[in-house]
Each structure stands twice: as structure tokens, then as C-alpha cells.
Ligand binder design. Sequence first.
Ligand SMILES: [Zn+2]
Length: 101
Amino acid sequence: MRTGNIKPLCVRMTYECKICSGRFTVNLPDGQFRMPKRCGADDDCENKSHFEILEGAKTTKLIDCRRMRMQDIQHNDVSTYNVFFTIFIKIFPHFASQNSS
Ligand SMILES: [Zn+2]
């Protein structure tokens, strides 16, 4: 199995707005990282492109498929687990069939 090209999945990313300094979190249900289209911290903020990525924030959730163990997932909240599992099955369909019991 080649896993070298698999990047960590980002299911929730935290950003800091460089204009208003507000922090906000964006859910990424498909696990694909992207920058926000506008500031999510303040409705009046005009910022659309200047954001700091807070990878290490508590509210950020990254999943590294190569190191993930099923045990780790079960301690997380149910919604994240469901999202992860949907993505996981797409990447490793053979794994799902082996462990379907
Ligand atoms: Zn802002």
C-alpha cells in the first residue's frame, strides 16, 4: 500500500483574521483544506484574504491517516468520527471490507 502521497486531512481549521485579530473556526466536511472566503470572526469585518492559519489551535482538527488508530477516533466527538470514517472509506476501501464485522 502506498501512503506517501496522503496528506493529513483537515476537518476543522482555525484562522485568525489579520484585520480584526478575531479568531474563527471553519468546518471542512470533505477534509480538504481551503482558505476562508471572508472573515468569520466579525460580520462587519471586510477582510476576505488576509488570514493566519492556526494549525496548533485547540479547535483545529487534523487527521493523519498514516498514524491514525481506530482507538484514537473513538475518543473524539461523534460528528468528527463520522466525517473521518466517510473519508477513510474512500481512501482505503479494502480496510473497510476487512473490518466490517
Ligand atoms: Zn476580521
